[in-house]
Design a protein around this ligand. Structure first.
Ligand code: INI
Length: 156
């Protein structure tokens, strides 16, 4: 029996692309800090990270697609924060960001990680961006590393 399971390592030949939205920037910058912290913790060099900033979560899939198509990256991480408002706008932004990010991953064959917070309040978002509920940006980096190692094991 053969079982594949990705490891959390950041070898020198690994490059990661990060698309991050400016909307709710106070939160998304913390997610980015979390992702970079996790990268360094696993031995990664910041020179192997490229960041693309986009206006909002709705734009994340397009930037992720452009990054994936360069062939430079082993994984792409999408970081954003969508907070529910009084209208249905939230549902459209969340839904399109999630399905767009998923389809970039499936089309490119790269791990494209959904690091987008979808919360009812700003407080819930801060809790997930480095306070009591951890940092989803750091978790997104862990997923990127695990999945890129898993895919290279499966393909080798
Ligand atoms: N974008 C976000 O990333 N988070 C939000 O909470 C948000 N809200 O609430 O409107 C948001 N909207 C902008 C959207 O992502 C696009 O940038 C915009 O619609 C232009 O395409």
């Amino acid at each position: 029996m053969t079982t594949h399971e990705g490891r959390l390592t950041a070898p020198n030949d690994l490059k990661i692309g990060i698309a991050v939205s400016r909307f709710n920037e106070l939160v998304t910058e913390r997610l980015l800090e979390g992702a970079l912290w996790a990268w360094k913790r696993h031995g990664g060099d910041e020179a192997n990270i490229e960041i693309a900033r986009v206006p909002g979560a709705f734009e994340l899939p397009l930037a992720a697609k452009a990054m994936a198509e360069t062939g430079r990256f082993s994984a792409v991480i999408c970081l954003g924060c969508v907070i529910r408002g009084a209208t249905t706008h939230y549902d459209y932004v969340c839904g399109q960001a999630a399905s767009g990010i998923q389809s970039v991953g499936l089309q490119s064959g790269l791990p494209v990680v959904f690091g987008v917070l979808t919360t009812d309040t700003l407080e819930q978002a801060f809790e997930r961006a480095g306070s009591k509920a951890g940092n989803k940006g750091a978790e997104a980096m862990d997923v990127a590393l695990e999945m890129s190692d898993l895919l290279s094991q499966i393909k080798s």
